[in-house]
Design a binder for this molecule. Structure first.
Ligand SMILES: C[S@@+](CC[C@H](N)C(=O)[O-])C[C@H]1O[C@@H](n2cnc3c(N)ncnc32)[C@H](O)[C@@H]1O
Length: 329
């Protein structure tokens, strides 16, 4: 990774960098990144109250990240972006920003839509209150769209690494295929062979991902409380980057999150043995993300690490020596 960027801290496999991603991306080498997985700030849109002008400004803003992302991605690389829904200001009419963003990325910015995913978050609260709770004219919006974009038409991917557990019915069938199943042609014309009853270790997952976003007792939140740090208000569940990192990268590959927030992507990558970098514009969020990498160190040791961050010494957390770290710089 390029050394012109000063990280806030380093973990075993990656680093957390503070800055505007547009600037940091410019310092990174071309064609080195295997996967960008990220969730942009929706707050930008909210501050501008979701007017039409604000929406097109937001789309333009998001599009500015596309050329530098394309530059740093390997030809086999993917750009995965999670986007929430929004209503237009004062009207029960949806914003089209996520579709406009997709079309710009495909028509003008050189990306290919490999597949769209839908993240169902059953723990999401109803909103906006006016349409959903008060007037009862809209249902709960519990699905985010995730665009999986390829730099080329052939981004690297391996479904066998994200197989879902078999259903109980399928497990029964696998135990004794002959009893439950005769190979034949379906009315649709599909030939279903006996290979259908082979145990592949799990089922091909659908593009509807179901992860609750209701983590309440993780180490990150616990340490935020202990050290009086406000937790990041818009985190995604670790299951989300975990899924795409396993699906789209190999061990040792480089994963990047350009809107790093609390470092969820970094934590997922570190656990999965991938190299990583998170870029976050707000230093307090980047500082808090340290909590994801301290393991079971004592409060005293974590305090020392935080002090090193605050003094700009970019500590390197040394996993082999719990409690110790190298103070770099
Ligand atoms: C929705 S949050 C990401 C949360 C993250 N996925 C997590 O789980 O913690 C988006 C983040 O992007 C950051 N951000 C906004 N503009 C940025 C920029 N130009 N460069 C880097 N980070 C930026 C915001 O400060 C915010 O923390």
């Amino acid at each position: 990774m390029n050394e012109r960027v000063a990280p806030v801290f380093r973990a075993r496999l990656g680093d957390s960098v503070v800055g505007d991603s547009l600037d940091v991306l410019d310092t990174m080498e071309a064609e080195t990144v295997d996967l960008v997985v990220t969730s942009p700030p929706f707050a930008l849109l909210r501050e501008k109250t979701y007017g039409n002008a604000a929406q097109s400004e937001y789309v333009e803003w998001l599009c500015r990240f596309a050329p530098p992302i394309r530059r740093v991605l390997k030809p086999t690389g993917s750009y995965v972006i999670d986007l929430g829904g929004a209503y237009q200001r004062g009207r029960p009419v949806r914003s089209l920003h996520k579709y406009r963003m997709l079309i710009r990325h495909v028509d003008d910015l050189g990306f290919h839509l490999a597949e769209e995913f839908f993240w169902h978050n059953p723990s999401k609260l109803p909103s906006p209150i006016e349409w959903v709770n008060k007037r009862k004219i809209r249902v709960k919006d519990t699905v985010n769209i995730i665009w999986w974009l390829g730099k080329t038409e052939w981004p690297k991917a391996d479904v066998s690494r994200v197989l879902a557990p078999y259903s109980d019915r399928m497990k029964t069938l696998l135990k004794d295929p002959a009893r439950f199943y005769t190979p034949k042609e379906r009315p649709s014309g599909h030939q279903i062979s006996s290979g259908f009853a082979r145990d592949n270790g799990g089922a091909i997952p659908p593009n509807l991902l179901q992860f609750p976003n209701s983590e309440s007792n993780g180490r990150y939140l616990q340490l935020c409380k202990t050290f009086g740090v406000d937790p990041h208000p818009a985190r995604f569940p670790i299951a989300l980057p975990d899924f795409f990192i396993r699906f789209l990268t190999d061990e040792g590959d480089l994963v990047l999150d350009i809107f790093g927030g609390s470092g969820t992507t970094g934590e997922a990558a570190e656990r999965l043995g991938r190299r990583w970098r998170t870029i976050e514009i707000d230093p307090t969020f980047a500082r808090g993300s340290l909590f994801r990498f301290v393991g079971d160190r004592s409060e005293t040791d974590i305090r020392l690490l935080l002090d090193a961050v605050d003094q700009g010494r970019a500590p390197a957390i040394v996993p082999e020596q719990p409690g110790l770290f190298d103070a770099v710089g």
